[in-house]
Design a protein around this ligand. Sequence first.
Ligand code: SF4
Length: 275
Amino acid sequence: MNLPDDFVFSQSSLQDYVDCPRRFQLKYLQRQRWPAPEVDDMLEFERRMEQGEIFHHLVHQHLVGIPADVLAGRLTDPDVQRWFAAYVKNGLSDAPAKRRPESTLTVPLGDYLLLAKFDLLAVEPDGRALILDWKTGQHIPRADNLLRRLQTIVYRYVLATGGNHLNGGKPIPPERIEMIYWYADHDGATLRFPYDSAQFAADNAYLTQLVEDINTRPEFPLTDDERRCRFCVYRSLNNRGTEAGSLTDWDENAELSLDIDDLNLDLQQIAEIEF
Ligand code: SF4
């Protein structure tokens, strides 16, 4: 068995495994730290990450009751001002009134746990159950790529598996669940992913098999897709180059699962799981 008994999976760790088994091994099993930048322009990269964090925090403050005009009056960053104006205009237009910002749910996955931290859950008793995820990146990925991402798979699965305590003790039928990615930099454009029982059963089989593979495989090979290595901190450790990929390419390579909001989330989840 490769995994420690108390291992907690997240969409990020599973995505890392699917993208590159060696990255999963280095990051989560060996906890290898490696001082390399993800992209060439780290100052700009960190600025965008910070903008994303500010926006997520702002929306959270609004959802817990601070008036939008009070929050907007404190903003100085023009991008965040524009994103927040878009959020106020249409960010919640589809969400049922019972809203739970920044909710965390943990469900069993095989002998382990699977954690999801949602930007917003809006669950109507016996009505719809929406998962809203705020995105502040500059590019909207293709819907077929997003459908295959572990975030889409894990979030809907976790809510269908563990949403009963948000729903008066009754499970939430998959047919009531929808995941919506909301793009702040595109005036609140959305990509929407409904769910159903057949997909839930398929996701259960897929996730269970992933965990079994991780736990029993004798080796964790390097990915064959070397494009991924350009944005991976372990590239010099693995003799996959020393130069970080460009931030522009990062933005344009959404199909490589590069997402600045996810990186923030990844760091937060690792911190939560560790401490
Ligand atoms: S550098 Fe490439 S092969 Fe090595 S862990 Fe990163 S993605 Fe995998």
